[in-house]
Structure formats: C-alpha cells, structure tokens
Ligand binder design. Sequence first.
Ligand SMILES: Nc1ncnc2c1ncn2[C@@H]1O[C@H](COP(=O)(O)OP(=O)(O)OP(=O)(O)O)[C@@H](O)[C@H]1O
Ligand SMILES: [Mg+2]
Length: 158
Amino acid sequence: MDMHNGLVWLELANEAETNDLAARLARRSRSGDIFALTGDLGSGKTTLARGFIRTLTSPSEDVPSPTFTFVQAYDFDYGIIWHFDLYRLAQPEDAVELGIEHAFGEGISLIEWPERLGPWLPPRCLTIALHDGPGATARRACLSGGGEWRKRLPEILS
Ligand SMILES: Nc1ncnc2c1ncn2[C@@H]1O[C@H](COP(=O)(O)OP(=O)(O)OP(=O)(O)O)[C@@H](O)[C@H]1O
Ligand SMILES: [Mg+2]
C-alpha cells in the first residue's frame, strides 16, 4: 500500500475486486464512520455500498439503489448502516429532513453523491473516489481521509 499525503490509490480490475475492498472496509468499520462515495454515474458507488452492506448483513441481502428513497437503513448484529443516495437532493439543508445528523451519530453511513451536502458533509469522513480504469470493468479508487483515517487506512488495507 502506498500512501502519499493521506491519499491511497487502488486498482480495481473488476467488480470482484471492488467487492473485496468493500468487505475490507466493512469488517474494520465502526459506529460513527462516514464513507463518502464519489464518482460519475455508473462508476460503482452502489456496487461498493452493496458489497459493504452484504458483508455485515447477509450475502443475499437485497440492496437497491436509494435514488428515489434517498436513504435505506440496514440492521446488523452491532448496529445500523445508512445508505444514502443524494443525487436528487435539491439543496444541502434538505438533508436535515432525512435525519442525516442523527445517522452520522448513530451508525455507519455510506453516502453516494456526498457533494450534494455541501458544508454539511463532516470533515471526519473517509472519501472513496471511483474513477475509470484501463478497461470496461476496471476502476481506480482513491481513498482519502484526515485524522484517524491516516492510521486506520493502512490497517484496513494491509
Ligand atoms: N470494477 C467495478 N467496480 C464496480 N462496478 C463495476 C466494475 N466493473 C463493472 N462494474 C459495473 O458498473 C456498474 C456500476 O453501477 P453502480 O450502480 O454501482 O454505479 P453508481 O456509481 O452507483 O451510479 P449512480 O451514480 O447512478 O448511482 C454496474 O453495472 C457494475 O456491474
Ligand atoms: Mg448508485
């Protein structure tokens, strides 16, 4: 693993490798963690979130894209996972109605289109940015986070 200035780049050759990353993140996650998933339409944000949720719930858990509901909640043995898709959020303030502050304190949050939160996105989040890779099924993931993530990321990815 190469970390430069708190950034880690990972090559994800296919969906299985994206799921592997999702499982690693899930296994080392803690209540209060916020994962900001960025990337273009179809870059793999929901795929990664689904892998994360299935790791902590069950491999057969139904994980739809919350594009129209904005948020879906999943109970697991040690708490709750909130899966947000804020693509259709008109303004950052509308996230308050979704209970996003409660979610941030109460469980694990996975947020697609976190840009929509503007200043409401907590700086303690781990950002996972998905980019195109060399080939149809390839992606590049850039993981970045300040504070405790500098210590936790190497542990998660080792
Ligand atoms: N390495 C990969 N990682 C993730 N998804 C991949 C990969 N290779 C191919 N795919 C495919 O790319 C698509 C990703 O779709 P997904 O819904 O996860 O994107 P998204 O980023 O959530 O888009 P949206 O912004 O519309 O919510 C899926 O069809 C998935 O099978
Ligand atoms: Mg999605």
